[in-house]
Design a protein around this ligand. Sequence first.
Ligand code: FES
Length: 105
Amino acid sequence: MAASWVEACAADEIDEEDVIRFDHAGRTFAIYRSPDDDYFATDGLCTHEKVHLADGLVMDNIIECPKHNGRFDYTTGKAKGAPVCVDLKTYPVRVEGGKVLIGLD
Ligand code: FES
């Protein structure tokens, strides 16, 4: 269970099928809004060469890294294709009062 919930952004700040960067306490996260209008959060840097995933492309439930086109399922963090082979860490997300909150450990 998450130790604390942190406000990341307004829910309408993220377009459907899009991703934004969120920096907090020296860490970088990526917050996603899926085609089904659900919200997800992962670490914000690609596990291959630490590029910001928020600069990448969201397709269905996949984030494609902008540098070498590695892919992750952002709902599970699973690496989905070369050159990425290390999964992303994911975080619980909830929406309250129009705000997106992520649970950090
Ligand atoms: S830095 Fe992301 S795939 Fe290489």
